[in-house]
Design a protein around this ligand. Structure first.
Ligand SMILES: [Zn+2]
Length: 445
């Protein structure tokens, strides 16, 4: 621990990083009262708007067109007059969204994962990167027993990470300098999981952090091989929503509690559960989060998540419609004492919810919930049109022909009468480029 402490501070000092200073601030600010947090947000929103109006052509035009007087900006009500920023806007107006006063050497290119279509390109700067790292580390610190110098196992995957397994040199660097061990979610061959497990047991990490599906496959391996495994303090689930069944499975195999962490590459961490699991605390100092109400079947207070990042001046995301849906929390406080606002839950990409006539939306999560009791290995719902949903099923050995009738009966009770559910039995369902299995896909976007 003390060696790691020394290496960490040396590494941050060498990079002239603000992260340790930022973390000190964040550890304190999370316990501010709601009023103080709101004042902080308002002050930083105003600063961002002034910058955007003066330096970012897209916002100059947008604010002028909508008669938004940035100088007179006083309240969150004023802020709500600003139209949403969409992925389509980013694609079409990319150049106009770059701040004119940016320094070229500060531009860091990033892309969304593209799980809802073609990846979207955007820029980030050093300040954004440091804030993102700061709030992410604070998120991990919300897990009891985890501290700044604790070690962690990372089960992650992204298209750009496809390559051969980690070399000995990389393993040692991760182990000693970062206090980390990594498993790439792609190409999860038994050999690679085995190699990871060896380093994992040597490191004895406090946390496992990663994609839900990647962690699940790691659990499958542990279970199948009855492998001896160090019990982590907790498992942090990122990048895709975990179903209740997935959480239970992971918790039972790894014998550790799970925490949902939610964010996006565009704006960094947005929200995370604390040890009381009363929903997710939003990261209010970095992202201002709003819910724009929608009519979502089964939920009273659901809304499109609208996120404003307060610390990316090079390519500002102001009132950005990220494409996910949130449910408002019934309570405003949590026994942990954090003042950070709560969101009850995040329910998948909007594209993964089904839209019908009269604005009716049925959450994709409901389809997943209803499928739990059938004898299927994998499945995928695809809404082809307002009136047609296709269900692809990879049956398991217990699946019988009359299960098709049962599934149809069950779903007809939940779908509008004019919707046809067609079922097709197949051998396999391919994963997306980022290694995710999409249970519910809408082709209506
Ligand atoms: Zn809490």
């Amino acid at each position: 621990m003390s060696i790691r402490k020394y290496i960490f501070s040396l590494s941050y000092r060498r990079r002239k990083s603000n992260i340790p200073r930022l973390l000190k601030f964040l550890e304190n600010s999370q316990y501010w009262e709601a009023k103080k947090l709101q004042e902080y947000q308002l002050k930083h929103i105003k600063k961002l708007l002034l910058h955007a109006y003066q330096n970012v052509p897209y916002y100059t035009e947008l604010f002028d067109k909508n008669k938004i007087a940035v100088d007179n900006f006083k309240s969150f009500e004023d802020f709500k007059q600003i139209p949403f920023l969409t992925k389509k806007d980013i694609k079409e107006r990319f150049t106009d969204l770059i701040a004119r006063n940016h320094l070229n050497n500060e531009c860091i290119v990033n892309y969304t994962g593209g799980s809802t279509g073609i990846p979207t390109k955007f820029y980030q700067d050093k300040s954004f990167i440091e804030w993102s790292a700061g709030v992410r580390i604070r998120g991990w610190l919300q897990v009891p027993g985890y501290n700044f110098y604790s070690s962690r196992a990372i089960i992650w995957g992204a298209e750009r990470d496809i390559r051969s397994d980690y070399s000995l040199r990389e393993r040692l660097y991760d182990f000693v300098v970062r206090g980390a061990v990594r498993l790439n979610c792609f190409n999860l061959s038994p050999q690679r999981i085995k190699a990871f497990l060896k380093w994992y047991n040597l490191l004895t990490p406090s946390l496992i952090i990663g994609y839900v599906s990647g962690i699940e496959r790691f659990c499958d391996f542990v279970k199948r091989n009855n492998a001896k495994i160090h019990v982590p303090g907790a498992v942090v689930l990122c990048a895709e929503g975990a179903t209740e069944a997935q959480r239970n499975y992971i918790e039972s195999v790894l014998d550790a509690p799970t925490y949902n962490m939610y964010g996006g590459r565009e704006v960094g961490l947005i929200a995370m559960e604390c040890e009381h699991h009363r929903g997710l605390h939003t990261v209010a100092e970095n992202n201002f989060v709003e819910l724009s109400p929608i009519n979502l079947s089964g939920y009273k207070n659901a809304g499109d998540l609208i996120v404003t990042n307060l610390n990316n001046y090079i390519f500002p995301f102001i009132r950005y419609k990220i494409g996910d849906i949130g449910v408002a929390s019934p309570s405003s406080d949590c026994p942990c004492g954090r003042g950070l606002p709560l969101v009850d839950k995040i329910i998948g990409r909007s594209a993964d919810n089904f839209v019908f006539k009269d604005g009716l939306i049925i959450a994709g999560e409901m389809f997943i919930h209803l499928m739990k009791e059938y004898n299927v290995d994998k499945y995928q719902f695809i809404q082809e049109s307002i009136g047609l949903i296709k269900l692809k099923i990879v049956p398991n050995k217990h699946f019988r022909k009359d299960d098709i009738v049962k599934i149809k009966d069950r779903f007809s009770k939940h779908l509008p009468k004019y919707v046809e559910l067609s079922i097709e039995l197949i051998d396999n369902i391919p994963k997306t480029k980022t290694g995710k299995l999409r249970f519910v896909i809408s082709r209506l976007q």
